[in-house]
Design a protein around this ligand. Structure first.
Ligand code: ADP
Length: 245
């Protein structure tokens, strides 16, 4: 295990066999090397945890015009919040499903939630559909609404795996403002561009996912490499910022 400025960080192969104590990681900042083997060749994950949660945003913080006023943060204070990040086709959806099953967490696949929204014949549904088809980012206000609605609909959940979030720092800052705290854990999936493209194209053929076509994949990769990877001095630094350090 490597330490990043006191923050535990671990390079682990996918097919994660997390310790059953995992829900306490966020509180203790403790990470244990998993025992299982790689089930997703070509991808590795990195975990960052925090031992301290962020303070709620100061009273009187000016709300952003794009975001919702936000839910009552009270019921969201205790569950574990895990951000899951990675490029298109890196395997984050598959592994989130595994983790949700194994640990009883609520899996919030943003792409999936947005695809459901995009099927509705409302003005927003059509707009989301068009944006996704181009491989662009859906406006942050819609993303935060989607997340907070999904979280509030599962108040009993011990933990939330927020898959595909954030795609840029601004989203994380908005999340913290609305929910009142930073995530407990950030998981980043490391995967080569060639593997991601190959998998996404394959998935597009298999699942008839309209945005898994070449042009949209190219755009999503560009967003991933510029907004997320490109704008921070290092990935470690980006994750530290997400964790509110
Ligand atoms: P992938 O990770 O392969 O791009 P997803 O299913 O996670 O696939 O996302 C599909 C699309 O949903 C994205 O291209 C984007 O348009 C939209 N989307 C998902 N998550 C976000 C987010 N956090 N912010 C903005 N748009 C998002």
């Amino acid at each position: 295990m490597a330490a990043l400025n006191g923050m535990p960080c671990l390079d682990i192969p996918l097919g994660i066999a997390m310790d059953p104590q995992m829900p306490s990681w966020g509180k203790s900042g403790y990470v244990r090397r998993p025992k299982s083997s790689v089930t997703h060749p070509g991808t590795h994950t990195r975990w960052w945890t925090q031992s301290q949660r962020c303070m709620p945003a100061p009273a009187g913080t000016k709300p952003s015009p794009t975001s919702s006023p936000g839910p009552s943060p009270d019921i969201l204070k205790s569950p574990l919040i895990i951000f899951v990040m990675g490029g298109p086709g890196c395997g984050k959806g598959t592994q989130c499903k595994n983790m949700a099953t194994k640990y009883g967490f609520c899996h919030m696949g943003l792409g999936q939630l947005l695809r459901q929204e995009a099927q509705r014949s409302t003005r927003w549904g059509q707009k989301i559909h068009d944006i996704m088809l181009q491989g662009l980012l859906v406006p942050t206000g819609i993303i935060l609404d989607t997340i907070s609605n999904a979280m509030l609909s599962r108040p009993e959940s011990q933990g939330f795996l927020i898959n595909g979030f954030p795609r840029e720092l601004r989203q994380a800052k908005e999340f913290e403002r609305i929910v009142g705290r930073a995530p407990d854990v950030v998981i980043v999936f490391d995967c080569s561009m060639e593997t991601m493209v190959r998998r996404a194209l394959h998935r597009g053929r298999l699942e008839h996912r309209a945005d898994d076509c070449e042009s949209a994949i190219r755009q999503r990769l560009e967003t991933y490499y510029t907004l997320y990877l490109g704008r921070s001095s290092s990935r470690e630094h980006f994750c530290q910022v997400l964790l509110g350090r």
